[in-house]
Design a protein around this ligand. Structure first.
Ligand SMILES: [Zn+2]
Length: 235
């Protein structure tokens, strides 16, 4: 007798991805997937954690979410929903005290981790009279492809990837169909002020972050800490 497949009917849940607005159906993790995540968390390596998250999101949505195309934030958000339905609504990362370095376990309710948006955020950026830029949100693939390098290089490379279209009057230049070097050349020609507007897109885009305040259990020092990036919620 085969036992494979007898547990196939697991409950289904739905959520709406915050940036792309897509409705997604998913099932909770199964033990196999939790193992993948635990092993990745142990490495404390951001790349391994993201790769595990990608794998789990893909299998829990039955491959219906294109993890290479959805914005990174949507994938992080979906993963948090998955996790809260699978493991529980709280996570307890250990945060280092800024004074003594001692580890403090903090409890976070995953339901409170909703993307914060900045009222100054713009997806369409006017540059000059009849030219505007339409940006798209970075995906995990984009960030993976950046590789090592200085922050300036990486930011520049990311912005190049995130320029979706350039509108000039009635003409639309579709940058995803262009050579990256051509887009880079376009950025190189910008004034500081215009470049700043591009940079602001990344700076103000919705993020999942959480401020924490705690008194260290070892030295009693009062800490105010900001958790950023999904990996930090599971450290
Ligand atoms: Zn301390």
């Amino acid at each position: 007798m085969s036992l494979s497949g007898i547990l196939a009917s697991v409950p289904k849940h739905q959520t709406v991805l915050p940036l792309s607005g897509k409705k997604v159906e998913y099932r909770p993790f199964i033990v196999k997937e939790e193992k993948i995540l635990l092993m990745a968390a142990e490495t404390k390596n951001e790349k391994s954690i993201y790769s595990a998250i990608r794998e789990v999101v893909l299998s829990c949505t039955g491959g219906k979410v294109d993890v290479t195309k959805i914005p990174l934030l949507d994938m992080e958000y979906l993963f948090l929903q998955l996790r809260s339905q699978s493991v529980g609504e709280t996570t307890k990362p250990t945060i280092k005290c800024e004074k003594c370095g001692g580890g403090n376990e903090c409890e976070i309710n995953i339901k409170e981790l909703v993307p914060q948006s900045n009222p100054n955020h713009r997806k369409v950026i006017p540059l000059v009279a009849d030219i505007s830029i339409v940006m798209r949100y970075p995906t995990l693939e984009d960030i993976d492809a950046l590789g090592e390098g200085s922050d300036v290089d990486r930011t520049f490379a990311l912005l190049t990837k995130c320029i979706d279209k350039i509108n000039q009057g009635e003409t639309v230049y579709n940058c995803s169909e262009m050579q990256e070097t051509d887009v880079r050349e376009f950025i190189d020609q910008m004034t500081q002020d215009q470049f700043r507007k591009l940079f602001d897109f990344l700076d103000t885009m919705p993020k999942i972050e959480k401020s924490l305040a705690f008194d260290c259990t070892i030295c009693k020092h009062h800490n105010e800490h900001m958790l950023k990036g999904i990996a930090s919620f599971f450290s």
